[in-house]
Design a protein around this ligand. Structure first.
Ligand code: HEC
Length: 194
């Protein structure tokens, strides 16, 4: 006789049996190649495939190249090793606003929103010392942090770090340009506002 109370348990038991039976087909029995094992599939006879050209390892930049450290022989490089373009500045502006302006402020005076709420104030980019500091110093500070400032190397990739530095230079110039560096229309505007 079919026992009504036992029926659900029989169903559960059957399900468990099927599940466990399924587990016996383990992945370790599948045909596959061990790391570094030879393979007939590729002409070079190796199963390990070489990296495609121009691949940059996510966390393994060539640290002997100033492009990824800002340093040469341990010293900060004077000027950035990437060409300055309008696109680079725009990219730098976007990244600066996201990553730096909360503390350094939109114009770089060190009075960003977090600082207004009590975070220690960073130095102004418009001090003589930071105006004169080499580009490589900025790169190093972004990559590794500086004093109270945490590192942004894990969040901002090298190309964006140079873009940010280009934008900081533009900010510095915006607050400290000699009149003869200005375009005629800017000079006109300047005189017009006097
Ligand atoms: C959370 C706040 C904060 C953020 C965000 C931040 N900084 Fe800073 N930064 C600081 C503080 C605070 C100092 C001063 C640290 C000290 O002197 O101990 C500082 C110092 C610096 C200095 C000066 C180093 C020197 O020689 O005195 C540079 C350059 C700098 N930051 C660049 C950046 C850039 C570029 C970004 C964005 C990628 C950034 N910071 C994001 C807080 C911040």
């Amino acid at each position: 006789m079919w026992n009504r109370r036992l029926a659900p348990w029989t169903a559960v038991g059957l399900l468990l049996f099927l599940l466990l039976a399924g587990c016996s087909q383990e992945m370790r029995d599948d045909a596959r190649i061990k790391p570094m094992e030879a393979s007939l599939l590729f002409p070079d006879g190796q199963s390990a495939r070489p990296l495609p050209a121009n691949v940059v390892p996510r966390d393994g930049y060539d640290l002997s190249d100033p492009l990824y450290t800002g340093l040469e022989n341990g010293q900060p490089i004077a000027t950035m090793p990437v060409p300055l373009t309008a696109e680079l500045l725009q990219q730098g502006q976007r990244q600066y606003i996201i990553y730096c302006s909360p503390c350094h402020g939109l114009d770089g005076y060190g009075d960003g929103m977090i600082v207004q709420r009590g975070f220690p104030s960073p130095p102004s980019y418009h001090s003589d010392r930071l105006r004169r500091a080499p580009d490589g110093h900025y790169f190093d500070v972004i990559s590794n942090g500086f004093g109270l400032m945490f590192e942004y190397g894990s969040r901002v990739p090298p190309a964006d770090r140079w873009a940010i530095i280009a934008y900081i230079r533009a900010l510095q110039l915006s607050q400290n340009a000699a009149a003869d560096q200005l375009a005629p229309q800017d000079l006109e505007q300047l005189h017009g506002s006097e």
